[in-house]
Ligand binder design. Sequence first.
Ligand code: NAI
Length: 349
Amino acid sequence: SVFSSPSFDEHEDVAFHYDGETGLKAIISLHSTVMGPALGGCRMWAYDDDAAALTDVLRLSRGMTFKNALADLPWGGGKSVIIGNAKTDKTPAMMREMGRFVDSFGGRYIVAEDVGTTPEDMAEIAKTTRNVRGVKSVGFDPSPGTAYGVFKGLEAAVGEALGASDLKGVRVAVQGLGHVGYDLARRLHAAGAVLTVTDIDAAALARAERELGATVVGLDAIYDADVDVYAPCALGATLNDDTIPRLKASIVAGAANNQLAETRHGDRLADRGILYAPDYVLNAGGVIHIYHEGPDFDRDATFAHIGRIGGTMRDIFRRAKDDGIPPHIAADRLAKDKLAAAKAGQRKA
Ligand code: NAI
């Protein structure tokens, strides 16, 4: 039975929705609303089976609780999945039905885009619910915010591992020069870092060579680069059995989601003495930006909030040292403590 899934550890509310007219097959998972309404993206994916979709939404919604808590947001953690092929199965009517499903939670779930959905889809969803963020017509791009947060967290990691107070001469390998990666590379270059870069996009590489004096290497050679920091900003799961033994970097700090192929790879990094800045803390600038978006958007206040990622990262490294655990575990503990404190506060009130 789906209800016996071991992943239902502490989830508050999980709902399935099938709509015959539009063909929508969706699951919404609210992991926690202790901090506030549960915010998390809607993923559309052609899952092998429904059990895989359920496991994914449970796992991802739990991750959002931790991410939003450590980002100092008044938001809990949730996520939704639509089962189907985003390229061939998606229709505007299906998205509007998804909006009705989101709306049925009465504001306890707030949806945003994720893998397989776009700002245009969010605009469609916005026709049937107000509980949506990242709508196309609103016209905000969170990527520069994400890049700024990664930069601040990377700085904190360099301070921790190398004892350096700035990035002058620090060698960084940036994997992926997209919306986040290029902006991060630009900031790093401005701070005096020396860049090695890779991408599948030749134009982005040429630009980085020209504007940032970056050294270009092949897609696979990035793991062998002789650098201080490896900054994954393209794909997930790049920290795995194949790559970890090859890394020369003493720090991993990048924007990509789900960098650890499996949790145990966080331990492998620690075994090798490589400091890992947990991805979901480092790349929270995007969700913080989304929180601040609106008619009264205040860029300075938004970036000040995002900048606090540096301090959070230092708290995590301290906790890791105090408890004798790797940072990816310390981050989860810090988030759990925060949630427990909030819960205790609510019981008292
Ligand atoms: P993007 O799609 O703009 O950039 C990805 C870049 O990686 C592209 O330039 C692409 O050509 C390159 N790439 C693809 N395959 C590659 C490979 N095998 N090796 C090297 N480069 C490769 O994506 P974006 O928005 O910059 O996001 C990057 C990562 O950060 C993703 O993992 C994303 O989930 C994560 N992230 C992004 C946020 C945002 O605000 N955009 C927020 C939080 C996380």
